[in-house]
Each structure stands twice: as structure tokens, then as C-alpha cells.
Design a protein around this ligand. Sequence first.
Ligand code: UFG
Length: 344
Amino acid sequence: MARRIIVTGGAGYIGSHVCVELLRAGGKALVIDNFANSSPKALERIRDIAGAGAELLRADLADANDAARIIDAVKAFRPDGAVHLAGLKAVGESVAEPVRYYSVNLPATFTLIRALEAANARMIVFSSSATVYGDLNASPVDETGAVGPTNPYGRTKLFIEEMLNDLARADARWKICNLRYFNPVGADPSGRIGEDPNGVPNNLFPFIAQVAVGRLPRLKIYGDDYPTRDGTGVRDYIHVCDLAAGHVAALDYLAREKAPGAQCFNLGAGKGISVLEAIAAFKRASNRDIPHEIAPRRAGDIAEIYAKPDRAQKLLGWRATRTLDDMCADHWRWQSENPNGYQD
Ligand code: UFG
């Protein structure tokens, strides 16, 4: 069992849930975060929920000036491996500022690799994305699907996957899991940690939740003329706690396999849900109105994508167990008890 884990981006939405899951499984975390899109309060909340097993190193993995300090701290922590989530992640922003995306997401990974090498802990579970599949595959898509991301953010994810694959091919001591997330939503059932996006949310669930709580007036549905069952976009929403459990399963898998090399897994629930279905479920869970209107399609969106998650079930012994109603109830609990996120 891998027990001492570096969690880059560990104060963020997914990272905070990964920390809780790790601590609950008896592990310890060293969170490396620069709080570019997260709050130190998440660390306090992690402590409240799951005990004091998460330390913090406030540092920027992409800043060369921080590298020596990071490498020293990683060595001192004596880790078994890392979960690597730190990075920029807004699709639209990456189209406008591609060089920034490449010059943050890739160098952050180089520094992590150097630090793990120095600590003799060659194990990474990497936060990749279903976005690497682009628009090239019919759903359900499995890990043999063609890759072709349609924006710079997605390309950083694919390049990092490929780099980690090369690393594992070059040196069999490296153990890698590239986890391709579908659409994480929901929150820890405690209501203490959750998604707290900077500014107006880009993604569907945080937007719906802010409409339900009265922070935003109405939701725009980006297109109702897609070739889907009700014309709106279909995605594979997965409860963030299921996703977090997938990371612990991946760490356990890498720890127990002698020479796994680099492996790739879809983490999705395996079920397509439309925008209208998501709105209806959130309305039921929150008992609030979700005013909405039909708007033009959003540039770069695809009609439908959902996962075939069988490989993760077979090799990691993991599958998503929480329902859409669970996702909505838990997302709503977080949003209604923290209407302004961590600022309250
Ligand atoms: N949508 C709306 N209105 C909104 C926001 C979203 O109708 O205000 C629709 C979208 O058109 C889409 C669905 O809701 O049909 C989901 O959109 P999200 O933005 O929540 O999620 P995406 O699937 O577009 O993007 C997510 C991640 C990306 C990742 C991508 C991989 O946010 O980081 O999945 O497929 F790249």
C-alpha cells in the first residue's frame, strides 16, 4: 500500500477530495499548492473531516525559483509517490493564452518528476482528462479510443501523458497511471469542501448551483439542436468522491504491481446525462427553481461523450457507485451551506 503521497494541487476541488480519501484510507499527504485557483481554507476543512494527516507546502511547481525548495521538501517527506493535479484547467482561457498553459502545466510536471527521482519514489497518478479524446470517438469511449484534443489545455494533458509514458518506457522503475476524468461534480457529503471556481463558472454544475442559490440569475443552455435524445449536450458526470476513490485504487494498484509501466484508465460513471436531465435532477435535490434559456452552441463543444469504465473496474477494482441524485444532493449541500465558497 502506498501511504505517503505528494498531492500537487491538493487544495483544489478534486485535490481536496483526494486528500480526504487518502487520509481516510490511513495515508498521509504532503499538499503542494500555490493557491492560484484554490484556498488554504480547504486544508483546514480537510483536517476537520479527516484528521491532521495533510501537511502543506505553499509553492509554485511551475516556478523555477521554487524548484529547490520543493525538491528538498519532497525528499524530507519520504513519499511513496504522487498524485499530480496541479495545473491550469480552463479550456477557453487556454485558447486565448496557449503559451501560458504550456509554460505552466509542462514545467510543473518536470519539477515533480525531478523531486520524485531525488526522493527515489517513482510513482505518479496523473490527473488527465477525457478531453484528450476530442471529438473522434463514438461513446461509450474506452482507452483504445483515438486521441485528438481540440484545445491547448487538452493538449497539455495529452503531452504530459505521453511524456510519462516515455519515462516509464525508459526506466522500468517508474510506475504511472494516467487517469482520464470525465465530468466530476458533487462534493463530500459533509458539505465542508467542494468546488469554488474563480469568477463566473465555466462548467455546468457550479453554474447550476450558483443559479439555484441565487448568486447568478439564469443558466444558458448551450444548444438544444445536438443529435442527442433531447437535443442538449450529453456528458458522463461522476461524483467527485467516486473519482477520489479511483485515485486511491490507482495508487494501490501501482504499489502492488511489480512493473506496471504506464497505464491509462477512464474514470467515469459510464452513463450519459443531458443538460436538461442534470437541471431536472438538481431542481429535485435543491427544491429551487433553476431559470434557464436556450442559447447558441458553445464553440468547441461536442454533442456527446461518456466512458466505458470497464478497464478501471477490471484492473483497479474500482467503479463509480454514487447516483446523479447523490451528486446533486451533495453539490447542493456544499453550495447552500457555503454560498460564497471558501470566502464565507
Ligand atoms: N453547459 C451549458 N451551460 C453552461 C455550461 C455548460 O449548457 O453554462 C453544457 C455544455 O454545453 C455541455 C455540458 O453542459 O454540454 C457540460 O459542460 P461543462 O463545461 O460542464 O463540461 P465539458 O464537458 O465541456 O468540459 C469538461 C471539463 C473540461 C474537460 C472536458 C473534457 O470542464 O476541463 O470536460 O471532456 F476538458
